[in-house]
Design a protein around this ligand. Structure first.
Ligand SMILES: Cc1ncc(COP(=O)(O)O)c(C=O)c1O
Length: 353
């Protein structure tokens, strides 16, 4: 899925970390290769302890996964089974646009998907219509919500989100995807992990990933946090030994590498500032990014823009038909941003943006 044939392209299309893995992670993987013939129990257990401690929850509330996507798929399956066993219907409700993997898994199970457009003025979650989609349905509803959202990079007001989740009826479930939470600078942000800890709702599952700030997208490590009962129900649907030794040791080493994590955050912030300044100068609008990517306006046809960027050696995000004239760009290193900015300036000279 995440492939292209032109390896020399500057890859700013999938919100990966342009810094690459930390040196500590690379060394840990090389050192661990000697254990490659063994099952990953020991390394997995150590990572589990670290993730639990880091989040301030007991291990029974943590589920490690092959990326966060494995947990998302398993949550879908868990609720699908629950609905089947209790003889009720099941639907997925998502904002549009959002990250596509929950929808894909729902469709593979034949689960109906209701898409609720983001608000027209601020591209934020439309709580009223999300709620309406669930109220009009007789059965179990799962809301899949990314905070901050992909592709908009926007953070949803967590006070509103929290109150909404708290007041929801028993047949409404919430899968909160916090893949980008480490990048959030807005001081009002509250993580769903805190809500799980405070027992705000039994129906809340939070997923997170080592693919972004940690730079380990290719090693596939993510996790979910929920109450112990929910975790054990989801766990029964995950594959055994789903964390490989390389992924586990790399995640542990990166967690311990505070300098890398600080550098990772700092370069992304720098890249964001560079892009914002350049876009301001070009008079192109952008949404307030709280992630490692930015969603910005393009004057003209977006697909043409994407193709032209590719011709100039830069892979930018795909087209999102529900928000035409905007493009998603991963915030790479400051050096990479210089290349993008020069291309944008050239495009302006040519009258393309
Ligand atoms: C919102 C969101 N969730 C999950 C993922 C994928 O995470 P993982 O690599 O942990 O499966 C992405 C990747 O782009 C994403 O944007």
């Amino acid at each position: 899925m995440h492939t292209n044939n032109t390896h020399e392209l500057l890859k700013l299309d999938f919100n990966e970390n342009s810094l690459g893995m930390s040196n500590a992670a690379k060394e840990a993987v090389i050192k661990a290769l000697v254990s490659g013939a063994r099952y990953p129990d020991k390394q997995r257990a150590k990572l589990m302890t670290k993730v639990a401690v880091m989040n301030g929850v007991p291990e029974q509330q943590v589920l490690l996964g092959n990326g966060s996507i494995e947990s998302i798929r398993a949550v879908m399956q868990m609720l699908y089974d629950k609905a089947l066993n209790t003889n009720v219907a099941f639907q997925l409700v998502i904002p549009a646009p959002t990250f596509g993997c929950a929808e894909r898994h729902a469709r593979s199970l034949g689960v109906p998907v209701v898409k609720v457009p983001l608000t027209a003025d601020s591209y934020d979650l439309d709580f009223k219509n999300l709620q309406k989609a669930a109220d009009e349905f007789n059965g179990i509803t799962l809301f899949y919500l990314c905070n901050p959202n992909n592709p908009t990079a926007i953070m949803t007001n967590t006070k509103v989100l929290k109150a909404w989740i708290k007041d929801a009826p028993k047949n409404h479930y919430f899968l909160l995807d916090e893949a980008y939470f480490e990048y959030v600078t807005d001081p009002s942000f509250e993580s769903g992990v805190e809500w799980v800890k405070n027992e705000l709702s039994d129906n809340l599952i939070v997923v997170r990933t080592f693919s972004k700030l940690f730079g380990l997208a290719g090693l596939r490590v993510g996790y979910a946090i929920a109450n112990p009962q929910t975790i054990s129900e989801i766990e029964s649907l995950m594959s055994t030994d789903n964390i490989n030794i390389s992924g586990a040791v790399a995640a542990i080493a990166t967690l311990e590498d505070e300098d890398f994590l600080a550098h990772s955050l700092k370069t992304t912030t720098q890249a964001r500032q560079m892009m914002e300044t350049a876009l301001d100068e070009l008079g192109l609008r952008y949404l307030p990014s709280q992630t490692n990517f930015i969603f910005y306006e393009i004057k003209g046809d977006v697909q043409t823009y994407i193709d032209r960027m590719r011709e100039h050696g830069i892979a930018v995000g795909r087209k999102f038909s529900s928000i035409p004239n905007y493009n998603r760009l991963t915030l790479g290193t400051p050096e990479e941003m210089m290349i993008v900015i020069k291309a944008l300036q050239l495009f302006r000279e040519n009258g393309w943006v």
